[in-house]
Design a protein around this ligand. Structure first.
Ligand SMILES: [Fe+2]
Length: 182
């Protein structure tokens, strides 16, 4: 007999409350061969653009999302996703989800295929030239790949120095979210 596959049925408010009472930014809801999902709370410092081989469904659970993205011409645009709304983001669109630490997003993606890598791109704050790309194999959201990318960026002044205009992007302060009830 075939084993019954896992069928997660989740109380999103309870997950939001769990994140609020921890210092963590993300909680993975499921990860299987087809699909992965997580709830994220916002990061004040978010500045990079994520390039995902998968689509992303961005659902604003609490608060509004300002999804900054770059067009194929390299122009930065903003899509606003108010609380209760959702956006379908096609694969490979460089995007930077900006929302506050008291706002929460549900994100649903396709699991990566073997060999697929995600990119986290930083652009020079002075001249907008591509500063650096951190690549990461996303096979588990529990490792918080976004935080790992920021750590890598902060670790080297050389990679924060623009090869085009010489501007040095300062270290990005990764503050911890406020923990409720403490
Ligand atoms: Fe993303």
């Amino acid at each position: 007999m075939m084993k019954m596959p896992e069928m997660p049925n989740l109380d999103l408010q309870a997950i939001v409350d769990e994140l609020r009472s921890s210092a963590r930014r993300t909680k993975q809801l499921w990860l299987n061969d087809d699909s992965l999902a997580f709830v994220a709370r916002g990061r004040e410092y978010r500045s990079e653009f994520h390039v995902n081989p998968s689509y992303e469904i961005q659902y604003s659970l609490i608060g509004d999302l300002h999804l900054h993205y770059r067009t194929p011409e390299g122009k930065e645009e903003v899509a606003v996703v108010p609380e209760g709304s959702c956006l379908y983001q096609p694969a490979m669109v460089p995007h930077s989800p900006r929302f506050g630490p008291d706002s929460f997003q549900l994100v649903i993606e396709r699991s990566r295929k073997p060999g697929e890598v995600d990119q986290f791109n930083w652009y020079c704050p002075a001249c907008d030239e591509l500063l650096h790309t951190v690549t990461h194999t996303v096979d588990d959201y529990k490792v918080d790949p976004v935080s790992r990318a920021y750590e890598q960026m902060n670790a080297s002044e050389e990679i924060r120095t623009c090869k085009s205009c010489g501007n040095v992007m300062p270290v990005i302060e990764m503050n911890q979210p406020k923990i409720s009830g403490s």
